[in-house]
Design a protein around this ligand. Sequence first.
Ligand SMILES: Cc1cc2nc3c(=O)[nH]c(=O)nc-3n(C[C@H](O)[C@H](O)[C@H](O)COP(=O)(O)O)c2cc1C
Ligand SMILES: C=C(O[C@@H]1CC(C(=O)O)=C[C@@H](OP(=O)(O)O)[C@H]1O)C(=O)O
Length: 387
Amino acid sequence: MFRFLTAGESHGPCLTMIVEGLPAGLEVEKEIVDADLRRRQGGYGRGGRMKIEKDAIRFLSGVRHGKTLGSPITLQVENLDWVNWEERMNAAPVEAEMEPVTRVRPGHADFTGSVKYGHDDVRNVIERSSSRETASRVAVGGLCRQLLSQFGISVHSHVLSVAGVGYETPRGMTKEAYSEEMWRAVEESPMRTADAALTEKMIARILEAKRDGDTCGGVFEVVAFGVPIGLGTFSQWDRRLSTRVGMAMMSIPSVKAMEIGAGFETTRTTGSHVHDVLRREEDGSWSHPTNNAGGIEGGISNGEPIVVRVGVKPIPTLAHPLPSVDLATGENIDQSRYERSDVCVVPAAGVVGEAMLAIVLTEALLEKFGGDSIEETLRNYRSYLQQ
Ligand SMILES: Cc1cc2nc3c(=O)[nH]c(=O)nc-3n(C[C@H](O)[C@H](O)[C@H](O)COP(=O)(O)O)c2cc1C
Ligand SMILES: C=C(O[C@@H]1CC(C(=O)O)=C[C@@H](OP(=O)(O)O)[C@H]1O)C(=O)O
């Protein structure tokens, strides 16, 4: 069974991940994982923290001579900001001459986390609720990406809109709609969008929000190519591929909406405009001229690209804070607290979305094809394709 756990506080010494269930003999390159971590740190609208961190993994177990051993893999990402926080993290607030954090930020985990865990210093909540944790997912996803590439599967993302500036939800995306050229342009764009004019508009929107002491959300899209027919199943609710993709995307902090394929658009028209007709090609392969289903039918991948669009709410920490409550006094206050923060993270969230889709596909692929070594998994996969 493929599974992973992540641990680590945002301002602690490091993030740690334990990954179990990847087959033995898989070549894994640190540089491929580090490149994903760098992409997650990018995008226009990030705050001061990203100037401090230089995320990169260290393998602490499970990999020898560049190949997986089949034993649990431990990954570590150092928090370079730790040196600036060590005293505050180790000493009680009074000793460190720090006021405990008590004014909760609307939209963050400050209120719910403090009540649930009984913390009177909200800092104890912020440490783990922080999206610093998403670096861990990207690191795990970077390993999964390398497994998937053995099966010809690749996962990409791009930004569709920021605070309403950008594309309306597109319909029926087919493989042809996404070219190599487009993905190159996405990687080079500060907003991870292939449209240069739109990039300018998005940046202007983020700057405007920043000037107003405000923040932006938006929509990103994740696409997986090369997924074989047959991952996931309708046989139990929690094993449907759509269920697992939904959970994976909704697990990203600040994600509040997602749709697969044409999603909500399908609810505004009729069946004859929605369902993807099945064709048999001369070479015996299957095809769907459209992909409104986003590559999943009956909870099972249908061989078309998996297309997922994801809605990210605006960042909760506002430079012009909203009214709130001070948990220490119980009094209503005019302004909650501001601390160093991002203004927009839609491009970064897209990279996290890629990692989450890579993780879900890895889990479903290993479930279908099994194998304790990569050779065995590939052999099972090839035999299935022949069948
Ligand atoms: C990559 C990334 C970076 C984020 N950076 C910040 C930030 O700097 N400040 C902030 O208030 N929220 C930030 N968030 C959003 C919060 O982590 C998130 O809103 C919070 O954990 C509450 O969870 P919820 O929005 O899912 O309810 C970030 C989210 C992501 C995905
Ligand atoms: C550290 C990351 O994002 C952080 C996520 C975050 C939050 O509240 O979610 C708040 C900020 O933390 P800090 O106060 O340390 O600057 C972000 O920088 C990261 O993405 O690696």
